[in-house]
Design a protein around this ligand. Structure first.
Ligand SMILES: [Zn+2]
Length: 141
């Protein structure tokens, strides 16, 4: 899969949507922009005819105050960055740890707290690392 200069994956994602027995494909990227949860990034031009549709959809989402452009959306954006410290996992364990924990003798892999929680790691009961206020679902959303 191609990546941009920051190492992010670049793809058009087509989702099947069945309506009245007929399956059509919806461009997920456009769906996100049209609903106001992303803006079309046009600094690096992409597929010309798509680009126009993306820009217009994004403009319309802003005019209609959808998603991030709604006042509700802005109100829910916190001013402070989310609490997300580094914790440590091992090759084999199911817990995440603080740096100095006795269970980290064999391996010590630094990872963001949110990532550890997302991957299903539980906090160690010995060293009591910070707990995430985020749940798996709120990270995926
Ligand atoms: Zn521990």
């Amino acid at each position: 899969m191609p990546k941009d200069t920051c190492g992010r994956f670049l793809a058009y994602v087509w989702l099947p949507a069945t309506y009245e027995g007929e399956t059509r494909y919806v461009l997920f990227n456009l769906l996100v922009v049209a609903n106001g949860y992303a803006h079309a990034y046009t600094r690096h031009p992409f597929n010309g005819s798509y680009m126009e549709v993306f820009i217009e959809s994004g403009r319309q989402a802003g005019l209609d105050k959808r998603g991030l452009w709604s006042e509700k959306g802005f109100a829910s954006v916190t001013a402070e960055p989310p609490y997300n410290p580094i914790v440590y996992i091992t090759n084999t364990g199911e817990k995440y740890q603080q740096y100095h924990c006795q269970y980290l003798l064999e391996s010590r892999i630094p990872i963001r707290l949110s990532e550890a929680v997302y991957l299903g790691y539980e906090p160690c009961s010995v060293c009591r690392p910070p707990k995430s206020t985020l749940t798996r679902n709120s990270i995926e959303a």
